[in-house]
Design a protein around this ligand. Structure first.
Ligand SMILES: [Zn+2]
Length: 124
C-alpha cells in the first residue's frame, strides 16, 4: 500500500468490506450521496481498482482492516460539538458543512438530545 488513505476513506473502505451499499454508507456515516461517490472515486484511484468489489478484496487481502481500526479509534471521526443547553459534548445531528464569515469551514447541526443548534469549527 503506497497511497495514504484518509480516515474517511478508511471508514468507507471498511463498510465496503462489510458489503454495505452506497445508501447504507450515507446513513451510517451521515454524509451525502454525492460525497460517498466522490470519496469512492478517490479511493478506487488510490487503490488502483475500478469497482467496490475489487476495493473490498484488496482491503481484505492487504489487511487494511486492522490498520483502519487503529486509525479510526485514534481519531475522533464523529462530528461532535458542545451543546450550550446540555452543557456537554454531543454528536451533531444532521451535520451540514458551512462556511463562516471569516471563510473558515464549520459544521452546523442540532443537538440530538435537546434540539439546540450546535456549531463546530472544522470540516465534516
Ligand atoms: Zn443539547
Amino acid at each position: 500500500m503506497s497511497a495514504k488513505l484518509t480516515t474517511r476513506e478508511l471508514e468507507i473502505l471498511k463498510l465496503l468490506t462489510e458489503g454495505k451499499s452506497n445508501r447504507e454508507i450515507t446513513v451510517e456515516l451521515n454524509i451525502k450521496d454525492q460525497t460517498v461517490k466522490n470519496i469512492l472515486n478517490k479511493l478506487f484511484l488510490k487503490l488502483g481498482v475500478t469497482n467496490r468489489t475489487q476495493a473490498a478484496v484488496k482491503a481484505i487481502k492487504e489487511n487494511i482492516g486492522s490498520r483502519m481500526a487503529i486509525k479510526i479509534k485514534k481519531e475522533d471521526t464523529m462530528a461532535t460539538a458542545y451543546c450550550m443547553k446540555c452543557r456537554k459534548k454531543v454528536e451533531i445531528k444532521n451535520p451540514t458543512q458551512i462556511t463562516l464569515k471569516n471563510d473558515r469551514p464549520a459544521v452546523q447541526g442540532v443537538c440530538p438530545v435537546c434540539g439546540t443548534k450546535v456549531l463546530r469549527v472544522g470540516k465534516l
